[in-house]
Write a protein that binds this ligand. Structure first.
Ligand SMILES: Cc1ncc(COP(=O)(O)O)c(C=O)c1O
Length: 211
């Protein structure tokens, strides 16, 4: 998690030295923090924002890059005989992906999902920190509807503890993601409080049962 003021300072340094600042919002974008983007949550404006996942509800492959007006203009004001930003991929602007993205954006608006994480924020934080003192837990971090549960690794077998947790949780009907020895959670924005309870009650049991 960025310490308080960290991103603001980074913006100042980048501006001062003419360095482009890029936010990777593949996870934080589209309501995950209780604001539309981390840009809004932190009140810091980068030059480029990369997005994916939430853009199409994670079900159809698509990514998008947002650029500042200055960068956009740089690409769009080349020589007159040239096509602007000449690039292309086989699946660029794939019609099904575009339709999915538009429908997803409508659903976000209709169901108020860009701010729902802010309503659940405290409930989620309490649930995350209820794991304090559970076996192997060395650190707990949360922001919006994101959580990191850091585990003490098994000696000479990094990532194994978290993978054991993954397998055990799966057996109990809970799909988690692990990275290194950290359990990284980003639940659907439509999650209910009862489902948050289920997730953390299950994890508590999992941590007691794994090696
Ligand atoms: C923060 C972050 N950035 C980028 C990526 C990669 O995204 P993509 O596979 O859409 O390029 C991921 C994938 O999990 C991610 O979590």
């Amino acid at each position: 998690m960025p310490p308080k003021g960290y991103l603001q300072r980074l913006r100042e340094i980048c501006t001062k030295h003419g360095i482009l600042l890029i936010f990777d919002e593949v996870i934080t974008g589209f309501g995950r923090l209780g604001a539309p983007f981390a840009v809004d949550y932190f009140g810091v404006e980068p030059d480029l924002v990369t997005t994916a996942k939430g853009l199409t509800n994670g079900v159809v492959p698509m990514g998008a890059v947002f650029a500042s007006r200055q960068i956009y203009n740089a690409f769009m004001t080349g020589p007159e005989n040239m096509i602007e930003l000449f690039h292309g991929y086989t699946y660029s602007a794939n019609p099904m992906a575009c339709a999915t993205a538009l429908a997803t954006l409508d659903t976000y608006e209709e169901e108020g999902l860009f701010t729902r994480a802010a309503e659940l924020d405290t409930y989620w934080a309490d649930a995350v920190h209820s794991l304090k003192g559970a076996p192997y837990v060395t650190d707990l971090r949360n922001m919006g509807l994101i959580a990191a549960i850091e585990l003490e690794g098994i000696k000479d077998a990094p990532t194994k503890r978290a993978f054991n947790a993954f397998l055990k949780a799966y057996d109990k009907g809970l799909l988690i993601r692990t990275t290194g020895d950290i359990i990284a959670l980003s639940p659907p924005l439509i999650i209910e409080k009862s489902q948050i309870d289920f997730a953390f009650d299950t994890l508590r049991t999992v941590l007691k049962e794994i090696e």
